[in-house]
Design a protein around this ligand. Structure first.
Ligand code: ADP
Length: 422
C-alpha cells in the first residue's frame, strides 16, 4: 500500500476513491476507522471515510490522526487529506486544524491546499476559488446552512483556520508545468510558508501539480489532484505499474433496490424519470413516520411482493416547499434524522431477504444505509457517472452498492446504473 487517504465525508471519499481508481491505483474505501483484519493485498491506496467536516475541530483532529495512525501501520508512505471542492469549512476549521495535525504526523515540512476540480466546475485562479465560473462567495455555497462560504480567497479562508503560514503557487508557475511549480513551492518554503494554495483551472494543471507534489508526504486537496498523482508515483518508481480501472463489477446474485433520501434537484429528476419509466415505487412521507402511520415493515412487505426482476424505488425525495413544511413541523435535524433512521431500518434486513444490489441517493442517506448494513469496506468498481462508482463490500454482507451524492448523475441514473453490473 502506498497512499493513505482521509476524507471528511462519505460520498467525498467515494469520489476520491473513484478518481484514484480511474487514474490507475487499486483502491479500497473504508467507512469509519478501519478494523485491523482488513485484507489489503494487491491494494495501492486506501481511502478512510470519516464524517468530520462539521464536527468540533478537536474531534476532527483526533479522528483524522487515528485514521492516519492506522494507515501508517497498514504501510502507507504518502498521505492525502480530502475535503470538498468548495472548501466547506468555517473559520474554526476543520481544514486548517486537520492539515496542521496531519502535517506534523507526516513529519512536518510543507504541503499544498488545492480543492480544484475543473471537470466539476471548481477552478482556482490567483488563490480565489470559482464555482462554475462564479466566485465562491457569490455561489450558492454562500448560504450553505452549516459552512457558509463568504470569502472566495482561499489564502485568507485557510489562514483564519491555522497558525501555519499560508502561501500561494499561482497560475503563471502552474501553467509552465511541474518543474516551475516545484521551484515556486521551494521559494514559498524558503520564505517560511508551510502550506501553498495552488491555482488550477484545467486537467493539464492537475497533471503538472501531481508531478510536482509526488514527493510530499502529505497532500491536502479535493478529488481533482488525485488525477495526476498515480502517474507521478509511477514515474518516481513508487509503484511498478498503473492498473486500468474495472469496466464492470461482479455483483453477488440477488435482487436490486433503490433508496433515495436526497431532495437535491438531480435526485428528484432521477426519481421522476424512474417513475415515468414504470419502475415500482414507494413514497416515504416523514409526517406519516412521525405520526406512526408508516413503519419500515410496511415498506418491507411491499418490497416482497414486487417482481424479482425489477429494481423498486423507495424514496423520500420531495420539492423544497414540501420539505420546508415538514421541517417546520419536525425541525430540520429532526426530519433528517427521522428519514435517515427509517431508510436504515428498511435497509438492515434486506440482505437476509435476498437483496444484494443497492443504489442509494444522498450523502447522509448513504451513511445511514451502509452503517445499517454493517459494510465497513468497499472495493471500487466502474464509474456510472462522474463521482459515482459501483462498489462491492469487502466486509459485512456481500453486496454491490452505488452511493450517489444527491446532486450527481444524469436523469436516467436509476435506470442505467444496473448495466455496469455483471
Ligand atoms: P444530499 O446528498 O442530496 O445532500 P442527503 O442524504 O445528504 O442528500 O441529505 C438529505 C437529508 O434530507 C437527509 O437528512 C434526509 O433524511 C432528509 N430528508 C429526506 N427526505 C426528506 C423529506 N421529505 N423531508 C425532510 N427531510 C428529508
Amino acid at each position: 500500500m502506498l497512499l493513505g487517504c482521509i476524507a471528511d465525508d462519505l460520498t467525498g471519499a467515494t469520489d476520491l476513491a473513484l478518481m484514484l481508481s480511474r487514474s490507475g491505483l487499486r483502491t479500497v474505501q473504508v467507512n469509519g476507522l478501519p478494523e485491523n483484519d482488513l485484507d489489503l493485498s494487491g491494494i495501492d491506496a486506501v481511502v478512510v471515510a470519516l464524517k468530520s467536516r462539521t464536527i468540533a475541530p478537536a474531534d476532527a483532529v483526533a479522528q483524522s490522526l487515528a485514521a492516519a495512525r492506522w494507515l501508517k501501520a497498514a504501510g502507507a508512505r504518502r498521505y492525502y487529506f480530502k475535503y470538498c471542492s468548495t472548501f466547506d469549512s468555517t473559520d474554526a476549521g476543520n481544514i486548517g486544524p486537520v492539515t496542521e495535525a496531519l502535517l506534523d504526523f507526516a513529519g512536518g515540512g510543507y504541503t499544498i491546499a488545492c480543492p480544484a476540480f475543473p471537470a466539476g466546475g471548481r477552478t482556482i485562479y490567483m488563490g480565489n476559488l470559482y464555482v462554475n465560473g462564479v466566485p465562491l462567495a457569490e455561489s450558492p455555497m454562500r448560504d450553505h446552512p452549516l459552512t457558509p462560504m463568504r470569502d472566495s480567497d482561499l489564502r485568507r479562508v485557510l489562514q483564519r483556520q491555522t497558525s501555519l503560514k499560508v502561501g500561494h503557487v499561482g497560475y503563471p508557475a502552474v501553467e509552465k508545468g511541474g518543474e516551475a511549480i516545484r521551484e515556486a513551492m521551494a521559494a514559498e518554503q524558503a520564505a517560511g510558508r508551510q502550506i501553498a494554495v495552488v491555482d488550477a483551472i484545467d486537467n493539464r494543471h492537475l497533471a503538472s501539480i501531481g508531478m510536482a507534489i509526488a514527493d510530499l508526504p502529505l497532500v491536502t486537496a479535493g478529488s481533482g489532484v488525485a488525477l495526476g498523482l498515480p502517474e507521478a508515483y509511477r514515474a518516481l518508481g513508487l509503484i511498478d505499474a498503473l492498473t486500468p480501472p474495472p469496466r464492470t463489477i461482479e455483483a453477488p446474485p440477488g435482487r436490486a433496490v433503490v433508496l433515495a433520501g436526497s431532495c437535491s434537484t438531480a435526485t428528484r429528476g432521477q426519481v421522476a424519470a424512474a417513475i415515468e419509466a414504470g419502475v415500482p415505487h414507494f413514497r416515504i412521507d416523514p409526517i406519516e413516520i412521525a405520526e406512526g402511520w408508516l413503519k419500515p415493515v410496511d415498506v418491507l412487505d411491499w418490497l416482497t411482493v414486487q417482481a424479482d426482476d425489477t429494481a423498486p424505488l423507495i424514496y423520500s425525495s420531495d420539492d423544497p416547499e414540501t420539505v420546508r413544511q415538514v421541517q417546520e413541523r419536525l425541525g430540520r435535524d429532526g426530519a433528517g434524522h427521522l428519514v435517515e433512521t427509517f431508510m436504515a431500518d428498511v435497509a438492515r434486513p434486506l440482505p437476509e431477504r435476498g437483496f444484494s444490489r443497492f443504489l442509494v441517493a444522498g450523502g447522509e442517506t448513504s451513511g445511514a444505509v451502509v452503517g445499517a448494513l454493517g459494510v465497513k469496506a468497499l472495493s471500487i468498481g466502474p464509474e456510472i457517472d462522474p463521482g459515482v462508482p459501483w462498489t462491492r463490500s469487502r466486509s459485512g454482507p456481500d453486496v454491490a452498492l452505488a452511493l450517489k451524492s444527491g446532486n450527481f448523475g444524469t436523469s436516467d441514473f436509476f435506470l442505467k446504473a444496473w448495466r455496469y453490473l455483471k
